[in-house]
Design a binder for this molecule. Structure first.
Ligand code: G3P
Length: 220
């Protein structure tokens, strides 16, 4: 299975509207041994999906399909819109465990890839029982910072990989994120047993985001 590089656009202004579309098109031209994925803002996602050459992710979804719901995002719309997967329980968009369980269930049924964020090793273990496609270990205090989770918590990462493997009966792979900004971070993540990384500000805030993305995966 190819490693996953998922860029979360969050709501960074450099990634909204036309600028975001330009970046997505640039990403779609990258040829590599990685799965290149992006989670644009929800409004942008609705405009661009599906987009060839890139896996598009939603930044959130609610545990509903269709019906009398106002202001929600439905699993069905993502599925029908050609979206590949969804980020759930990001520390900037937390959801309770019961709601998360139902959301993972509906997404899995709809064949959406689920990337569920966990802030601690204990949370990662609770989530692993739900058997999402991926758990992204992201300590909130390192998100958006200069020091990466790799630099600060490499020992813990190995343990998280083992615990998630055990609790999910090997159904769930582990990603890491928070402060990832260099080729070294990415290489180390793979060496520690991660199936890929989640990145945001290092790419979204770069002068040339496509170049930065290539640099992370060792392309020129
Ligand atoms: O979703 C990924 C994110 O939370 C990591 O953010 O800016 O530290 O790369 P950043």
């Amino acid at each position: 299975m190819k490693p996953l590089l998922l860029v979360n656009f969050k709501l960074y202004s450099a990634m909204l509207g036309e600028k975001g579309v330009r970046f997505l098109r640039g990403l779609a031209t990258i040829r590599s041994s990685w799965t290149i994925a992006a989670a644009p803002s929800m409004l942008l996602l609705g405009k661009v999906s599906p987009l060839k050459g890139i896996s598009l992710f939603a930044q959130h979804v609610d545990p509903i399909m269709e019906g009398p719901f106002t202001g929600h995002i439905s699993v069905l719309e993502l599925e029908q819109g050609g979206v590949r997967g969804v980020i759930l329980n990001h520390s900037e968009r937390r959801i309770s465990l019961p709601v998360l369980a139902e959301t993972v269930r509906l997404c899995t049924k709809a064949r959406l890839v689920t990337v569920v964020c966990a802030s601690t090793s204990a949370e990662a273990q609770r989530i692993a029982r739900l058997r999402p496609s991926y758990i992204a270990y992201e300590p909130p205090e390192l998100i958006g910072g200069k020091r990466s989770v790799i630099e600060v918590e490499s020992q813990k990462l190995r343990t998280v990989v083992q615990l998630v493997k055990k609790k999910s009966h090997s159904a769930t792979q582990v990603l890491c994120g928070a402060g990832i900004h260099s080729r070294h971070d990415v290489q180390e993540a793979l060496r520690l047993g991660m199936a890929g990384v989640l990145v945001s500000h290092a790419v979204c805030g770069a002068k040339d985001p496509v170049k930065k993305e290539k640099e992370l995966i060792g392309l020129r």
